[in-house]
Write a protein that binds this ligand. Structure first.
Ligand code: C2E
Ligand code: CA
Ligand code: CA
Length: 772
């Protein structure tokens, strides 16, 4: 049954079409049999019969021949697969009409031929008829009416010839003939019923098959999946429309194409090819289509499942999983990359580095550059995060532009970057890259119309198969970075083993520091601040010392950063404040005490109460307390800190700006808070005589401070010439080794009275020619 015919014709019409088709297949043989039988029947007729009989015989034979020829021609022209039911009905009628004509000719022929024959030839005719009936029963089962007509024609012919001959012996044959004819007719009917039943069964099957086909079609059209089939050599056959659409290829082009050739080379394609070759089923195999897609996220992806069939083909389903795949890729990308700069993130960098070290062969080397932007936090805090983000993005671009394509650049977080160099001739070449990056970041940045200056420090560590893992290498680079920062930033430093020793010492110090406060290992030294004109000791700066049980005196430059990193600066700072105020309360001259405040202490909510308690305990005049803060305090969380400074000021204490000129954009900070005093950093004082830029800065600061009503202190005065120059510049106070080293008041008091020392310091100023 053709699919189109089934869709158009109903069951009865289809049955007739089937009958006609079967008839057309067998009718030529039946017609030829009829003609042949007619010739035999005529041939066995006795020759002594009269000429008239022979003429009749000839006519009959011609008529049978003509009808048979028409039947053969007609059967040959029948097209049973048409959906034109009118045609089918017409052809069926024509076929029946021709068959009836044939049957009628036989009935007529038998009645007169058989009546003329002698008994011996009559047997031959009977055999002929039996044979024709038997073949008709088999050949014409599709058209039972024709079979029945033929049977009835033979019965009629037989009965007529018996009657015509009038031989009583023959009359016995009539009931026998009638009996078998009845049996034959019954067989025709039964056979016809079976034929119809078989057709009905087939029809039912094909109808459900059609339903399934329609459902599948629907499934293909609606779902994201489509079906495919390949032959024994793995080439596509029966490609459906959806497949063509999905593959963006015309269907004829796909037909006969190797399925694997649609996909990109790789393990998945190998897998597919292997499975098809071995005719093994597989599920959910994801493959990338071999498209000419320049999308950086990759092309298109299909997921295939299939199982082999008994007919030698392999059938399967395919689904476009591009969207899922892209999402997966994006998620993976996001998990491995920094969202802001698009660089590799810490995770990917760590993995790559570990992989690189594991693959490292003898003689290979790689270099790790660890970068940290200097004072980036200030930019973020003062200019806002969006500006900070733009700066980071531009910094990332500049770093990337200074390395080769195969080098990995990563943002490890915040303002930290890392570069992994794997192919370089020698250490010099790798260090040159570090130098180029430092240079690239030093160039001014143009962000949102502003010109910004920033720099980077870089730590470099090499791996030459010395053992250790990626964490060790990262730590070494970090130590080198620390060294670069210590060297004044905007430079690079290469890791050296002593850095590790120092780090170990630092770790040991950190451990010891935790107990040092409890065990009373700290002492305060004081350094006088002297009025530059009168020589009066205006006050003393408290400088902490750690009297380490085994290492001796440890200077604050070494342990204060550790105390700040660990938060220990808060209890230590409290101890310093309590002690400094307590000691100052006992000074006979009523001089001021300057106490250094770390930015970390400023964050402590206990700071205010500690100060209030210390003042209350000693009864000291708050105006004698000077708190020294650095520019960092204003750079970080500036608003909260400025508010805190105002509150401290309300207590009556004085606030000094320490290390002025070393911070980020100094003069701005003078406007953010009305300081009582500015301490010019010793770095400007050190080369004062030789460097005009230092002189210019000091002059600017003193004159600005004068206008704003602030005192100025020059730190680190070590020589007479410096003092001279500073006095001329209008500086109010000086502090430095020239006047006095920091000293322990308790030790001093043992031998010499505190007052007489102050007199000595005053004298040291008075002795100067200009003051005389
Ligand atoms: P600073 O606040 O700038 O302290 C002045 C530093 O300069 C002191 O070093 C002092 O001994 C040194 N100095 C004084 N006169 C001269 C001189 O003529 N030439 C030279 N080259 N140096 C001179 P020190 O005591 O080693 O302290 C270093 C830093 O440690 C201090 O710098 C301060 O930032 C910090 N520090 C010291 N004591 C404390 C403290 O009690 N609390 C906090 N938070 N920080 C402290
Ligand atoms: Ca200070
Ligand atoms: Ca200072």
């Amino acid at each position: 049954m053709g699919a189109r015919q089934e869709a158009v014709l109903n069951r009865d019409e289809l049955l007739l079409a089937r009958r006609l088709g079967d008839y057309a297949a067998h009718a030529p043989v039946a017609a030829m049999l009829s003609g042949l039988s007619a010739m035999i029947a005529c041939a066995i007729a006795p020759s002594e019969l009269m000429a008239m009989w022979h003429a009749l015989c000839g006519i009959w034979l011609l008529a049978i021949g003509a009808v048979s020829t028409l039947r053969v021609l007609h059967a040959g022209r029948i097209e049973p697969d048409t959906i034109d039911f009118g045609y089918i009905r017409r052809q069926a009628r024509k076929a029946e009409a021709l068959a009836y004509a044939d049957a009628a000719l036989w009935a007529l022929g038998l009645s007169f031929i058989a009546s003329m024959l002698d008994p011996s030839t009559r047997v031959t005719v009977n055999i002929l008829i039996t044979g024709m009936l038997a073949t008709a029963a088999i050949r014409l089962r599709s058209m039972p009416r024709i079979g029945i007509a033929l049977t009835l024609a033979f019965v009629a012919g037989g009965t007529a010839s018996t009657a015509l001959r009038g031989d009583p012996v023959d009359f016995v044959n009539v009931p026998i003939m009638l009996f078998y004819a009845t049996v034959v007719l019954y067989c025709f009917r039964a056979d016809a019923a079976a034929y119809e039943a078989r057709f009905n069964a087939e029809f039912a099957v094909s109808e459900s098959a059609e339903t399934i086909r329609l459902l599948l079609h629907d499934y293909e059209a609606q779902s994201a999946d489509w079906l495919w089939r390949v032959d024994h050599s793995g080439c596509l056959v029966g490609v459906c429309d959806r497949f063509g659409e999905a593959a963006s290829m015309p269907r004829p082009e796909l037909e006969g194409k190797e399925l694997v050739s649609l996909f990109r080379h790789g393990p998945a394609r190998e897998h597919l090819s292997h499975r098809l070759l071995r005719r093994e089923p597989f599920r959910d195999l994801t493959l990338e289509l071999a498209t000419r897609d320049d999308d950086p996220l990759g092309g298109r992806w299909w997921m295939l499942s299939a199982s082999p069939r008994e007919d030698g083909t392999i059938r399967g389903v395919a689904r476009d999983v591009t969207a899922t795949r892209r999402t997966e890729q994006r998620v993976a990308y996001m998990a491995h990359h920094d969202g802001l700069t698009g660089l590799a993130n810490r995770f990917l960098f760590g993995e790559t580095l570990a992989g690189q070290l594991a693959r490292q062969r003898k003689g290979d080397s790689c270099a790790l550059l660890y970068l940290d932007l200097d004072h980036f936090k200030t930019i973020n805090d003062t200019l806002g995060h969006s500006c900070g983000d733009l700066l980071l993005t531009e910094a990332a671009r500049r770093i990337t532009s200074k390395v080769k394509g195969h080098d990995l650049v990563a943002r490890l977080g915040g303002d930290e970057f890392a570069v992994l160099l794997t192919r370089f001739r020698d250490a010099e070449e790798a260090l040159a890259v570090a130098d180029r990056i430092v240079g690239a970041i030093t160039d001014p940045f143009r962000i949102e119309g502003q010109k910004l200056h920033i720099s980077t420090s870089v730590g470099v560590a090499f791996y030459k198969g010395q053992g250790g893992n990626s964490d060790d290498l990262l730590r070494q680079a970090d130590l080198a970075l620390y060294a670069a920062k210590a060297r004044g930033r905007a430079c690079f430093a290469q890791f050296e083993p002593w850095m590790e020793d120092r780090e170990r010492e630092r770790a040991a110090l950190e451990a010891d520091l935790r107990n040092a406060i409890k065990q009373g290992q700290f002492a305060l030294h004081f350094q006088p601040l002297v009025n530059i004109d009168t020589g009066e000791v205006a006050g003393f700066e408290a400088l902490v010392r750690w009297e380490h049980p085994t290492m001796g005196v440890v200077m604050p430059g070494e342990f204060i950063p550790i105390a700040e990193d660990t938060g220990l600066i808060v209890p230590l700072g409290e101890w310093i404040m309590r002690n400094a105020i307590a000691q100052a309360a006992g000074w006979p001259g009523g001089q001021r005490v300057a106490i250094n405040l770390s930015p970390i202490q400023m964050r402590s909510p206990r700071l205010m109460s500690q100060l209030v308690t210390a003042i209350a305990h000693t009864g000291i005049d708050p105006a004698r307390i000077e708190l020294e803060i650095t520019e960092n305090v204003l750079m970080q969380e500036s608003e909260a800190n400025v508010a805190l400074l105002h509150k401290l000021r309300e207590l009556g204490v004085r606030i000094s700006l320490d290390d002025f000129g070393t911070g980020y954009s100094s003069l701005n900070y003078l406007r953010s808070f009305p300081f009582d005093k500015i301490k010019i950093d010793k770095c400007f004082v050190a080369d004062l005589e030789k460097r005009e830029d230092c002189q210019a800065i000091i002059r600017a600061v003193t004159s600005l401070a004068g206008t704003l009503g602030m005192d100025t202190v020059a730190e680190g005065v070590e020589r007479e010439e410096q003092l001279d120059w500073l006095r001329a510049a209008g500086c109010t106070e000086v502090q430095g080794y020239y006047i006095s080293y920091p000293f322990n008041v308790e030790e001093l008091s043992d031998g010499r009275p505190f007052d007489s020392e102050c007199e000595r310091w005053r004298a040291s100023i008075r002795r100067l020619p200009s003051a005389a």
